[in-house]
Ligand binder design. Structure first.
Ligand code: SME
Length: 163
């Protein structure tokens, strides 16, 4: 049984260091990408404050993302590469840190409560395989520490999972 550990929220790098250890323990010995994505979404969503959505989209064809495991309200199922924050992350092969989603041209509003967003591409063996998407109900929820922390969590996910 998974027991939610108490994370220190004194500083973000320390929080993400602890979260990384928790994720490594959670994924240890398991390579199923869907199971690992589901548990990673739940770990992030239940451990960090001020999130209204946390989950995955996977690139099922060269030009389309499809919804994967997540926590939060039901979301848009398919996103074209190049569209929205998620599709832009795939097209640019880079993390998107959006302080105000209302100011992002083409933002796709799955949950009207979302005000800021962080999207990290899943890149393994040089190929983009999908994205990790985080939504927050407050503007500028994410900063460079969140970006570095989430990119590290994605590395742990990709190393553990057959994807
Ligand atoms: N806002 C995202 C769509 C996915 S939802 O936030 C879960 C986007 O613009 O790509």
């Amino acid at each position: 049984m998974f027991e939610a550990a108490t994370l220190s929220h004194d500083n973000k790098p320390e929080t993400y260091r602890e979260l990384g250890q928790m994720l490594e323990a959670l994924l240890q010995g398991e390579s199923d990408a869907i199971a690992n994505a589901a548990n990673m979404s739940a770990l992030i969503f239940t451990s960090l404050p001020d999130l209204n959505w946390a989950g995955f989209y996977f690139l099922k064809s060269p030009d389309e993302l499809v919804l994967g495991p997540f926590q939060g309200k039901p979301a848009c199922v398919r996103i074209q590469v190049g569209r929205g924050v998620c599709g832009t992350s795939v097209a640019k092969r880079s993390t998107m840190l959006v302080e105000d989603v209302h100011a992002f041209p083409g933002h796709i509003a799955c949950d009207a409560a979302s005000r800021s967003e962080l999207v990290v591409p899943l890149i393994k063996g040089g190929k983009v395989l999908g994205v990790l998407d985080l939504d927050a109900p407050i503007p500028a929820r994410f900063d460079a520490d969140d970006q570095a922390g989430m990119e590290r969590l994605v590395e742990i996910f990709l190393a553990a999972s057959e994807i």
